[in-house]
Structure formats: structure tokens, C-alpha cells
Design a binder for this molecule. Structure first.
Ligand code: SAM
Length: 333
């Protein structure tokens, strides 16, 4: 049978195989094959571009013929239409508009042996703390789990704090820019996926991680311990006020509060040491991806008597029809 697959050098194959498994992208119904120096890893359906971006290392996306893996149950065997679902730790999340949710949930439980709970979202991500409500429809009735990403572990209660695995590649992109000896201020740290990953890179990096949601900060503290990092300061409070304790200290300021980050630009400027980089996230319409947001950053800089230089402006992922999650990076002098 012909399938989309990842073609990767054998020596680089195992980490990618594991990543595909964790991201629920590896098709277990087909047998992985190898030819000469290459490994061919079969994929479930047609992968989304943003999922491919999350895979680390060099690979090619191609089509290839595979033999069937006998005896392996597939979702397609149990469901006519397999809806999109996400796996965080051992919890599978399906959307609230999925047709026959119980049937889908039971099929996921049968096929994905790592999944112990299936939750259906009861609404969108909402409110100041960006949380979401869920209903357990199969397996254990719980919303907490431990998710693994790039060698880090995160304890999360999905109803009490925000988390998405969809930013994993984006987080690793920021990680690559941070150097030993630098200070990072993560103004909206949540349970710590940016902060902890960066702190683990080098004990000589100082990370100041803030969040207003007491539950998120409780999990952040737990995750600091879980990952044995000693260089993250967890601060519970409103970023607009907490920044006063850290004037001119940061070499990187991470502003991952799309929709509202503009309300915190004056505060971000206060954190910036000479030459600091602000990583500013926003949700913007496709006909004005960067200009209006950049103007707001320029206004805040000028108010603070600072100058900015645009370093990068990129689309991180699609968010809703005609709406994109973007990241703008500026150097502050
Ligand atoms: N950076 C984290 C991540 O990637 O998972 C969390 C991002 S989430 C989109 C935004 C976070 O900002 C939430 O955890 C929310 O509680 C926090 N937040 C909202 N308003 C805040 C404020 N005024 N000060 C500090 N944190 C705030």
C-alpha cells in the first residue's frame, strides 16, 4: 500500500520515529522499511504542515510503498471518518463538534495503547488564564497528565492551565537563540514549556517566569522540580506589575499572550537590557500580518525612549480561518 512517509537517514531515524509516535503521526498499520542508508516511516494520512515543522532533524516527505503490519488495529478499521485529535501525555483531546464522540473515543482507546483518557472539549480556550473545559468520554475521568517534549516533562491539568504541544517547534526556535550567561523573562510562562526548556539548555541561563494564574504557577513550580532545573524563578502575579522588580535585566523577553500582548508592551520595555530581543506573539488577519502589531511595538519603544530594529517576522501556525498566529522579533536599544 502506498503511503505518505518520512524518509530519513537510518542513523537519524530513531528520534524521529519516537517523535512521530508521540505526535500520533506514525501509521502502525504499515511496516517501517529500510533501503540502503534510509529508513521509511509511514504516516497516518496527509500530515499538516505545522505538524511537519515540529519534527526535528533532516528528512524528506515522500510517498512510498509499504507492507501491511499484520494484526495491527487501525482507527480506519473502526471509524469511517477519523477526526483530527491531539494527544497530550496520555490524554487524547477531541473537539466538541466531532460526530459520534463516544464511538470515536472508544476507537482511540482501543488503537492507541498509550492513551488512558479521551476528553472532548466543551468550548474554546477562553478567559484571562486561557483555559478550556472538557468532558471525559472514555477511560479515566481526569484532566491531568504528564506530557513529554524535547526531553522535558510537564505536569499539566488541562482545565486549570493553558498548554499546547503545537508550539513545540516554535519553542525550540527561541531556545536556539538563547546563550549561556543570558537572562530570559517569560512574561506569560504558563506551566513553563518555554522557561524550562531554556533553563535546561544551560545552568548559566537565568529564567524569570511569570504568570497570573495561581494554578499555572503551581504546575510551573512542580515542573521545575520534575525537570531538576535550578535556574528558573517562578513568579505569581500580573506581568504589568511584576516587571518593576526586574528593571533592564532581560536579554530575551518572551510575550506569549496572543490577542493581548499589546497591553504589556510598556512593561516589556522596562525588562529589556541594552540589545534585548522581544519575541512578541499575536493573532493577526492575513491581510495585516505584521504591520499593525509592529506599529504598537514601535509606539511603546518610543514612549520608553528606546529604539527598535526588526529582526524577524514570521507566521507560527494558522489559528482560525484567515487568522494567523505570528511572532515578531525586535532588538531593543
Ligand atoms: N507560555 C505558555 C505556553 O506556551 O504554554 C502559556 C501561554 S498562554 C497563551 C498565556 C498565559 O498568560 C496563561 O498561562 C495566562 O494565565 C497568562 N496571563 C494572562 N494574563 C496575565 C497577566 N496579566 N500577567 C501574567 N500572566 C498572565
Amino acid at each position: 500500500m502506498r503511503k505518505n512517509c518520512i524518509k530519513v537517514l537510518k542513523k537519524n531515524g530513531e528520534p524521529i520515529r519516537r517523535e512521530l509516535l508521540e505526535m500520533n503521526m506514525l501509521d502502525n498499520s504499515a511496516r517501517i522499511c529500510s533501503e540502503r542508508d534510509f529508513l521509511y516511516l509511514p504516516l497516518i494520512g496527509k500530515p499538516q504542515e505545522e505538524d511537519l515543522k515540529r519534527i526535528t532533524g533532516d528528512f524528506e516527505l515522500i510517498e512510498h510503498d509499504f507492507e501491511e503490519q499484520k494484526g495491527q488495529l487501525k482507527l480506519e478499521d473502526l471509524l469511517e471518518d477519523v477526526p483530527h485529535f491531539e494527544v497530550i501525555g496520555d490524554i487524547a483531546l477531541i473537539e466538541d463538534d466531532v460526530f459520534e464522540p463516544e464511538k470515536v473515543a472508544n476507537a482511540i482507546m482501543k488503537v492507541k495503547i498509550n492513551v488512558k483518557t479521551v476528553l472532548a472539549a466543551l468550548g474554546p480556550v477562553e478567559g484571562e488564564f486561557r483555559t478550556r473545559r472538557f468532558k471525559a468520554i472514555a477511560g479515566e475521568d481526569r484532566t491531568s497528565t504528564i506530557h513529554k517534549e524535547y526531553g522535558c516533562k510537564y505536569y499539566i491539568d488541562l482545565e486549570r492551565a493553558y498548554f499546547t504541544p503545537r508550539l513545540a517547534t516554535e519553542r525550540s526556535r527561541i531556545l536556539a537563540q538563547v546563550k549561556a550567561g543570558q537572562t530570559v523573562a517569560d512574561m506569560f510562562a504558563g506551566v513553563g514549556p518555554y522557561s524550562i526548556m531554556i533553563a535546561r539548555k544551560n545552568p548559566d541561563i537565568r529564567v524569570i517566569a511569570m504568570d497570573k494564574n495561581p494554578d499555572a504557577v503551581e504546575f510551573l513550580r512542580r515542573n521545575i522540580e520534575l525537570n531538576s532545573v535550578t535556574n528558573v524563578e517562578a513568579i505569581e502575579g500580573d506581568a504589568n506589575q511584576e516587571v518593576e522588580k526586574f528593571p533592564d535585566v532581560a536579554d530575551h523577553v518572551i510575550m506569549n499572550l496572543p490577542h493581548n500582548a499589546n497591553e504589556f508592551l510598556d512593561a516589556a520595555m522596562k525588562l529589556c537590557a541594552q540589545g534585548a530581543i522581544i519575541h512578541y506573539y499575536d493573532i493577526t488577519p492575513e491581510d495585516d500580518l505584521f504591520d499593525s502589531s509592529l506599529k504598537l511595538i514601535e509606539e511603546a519603544a518610543s514612549k520608553a525612549g528606546r529604539e527598535i530594529e526588526l529582526i524577524d517576522a514570521r507566521v507560527v501556525r494558522s489559528y482560525a480561518p484567515h487568522q494567523l498566529n505570528v511572532c515578531i522579533e525586535v532588538k531593543v536599544r
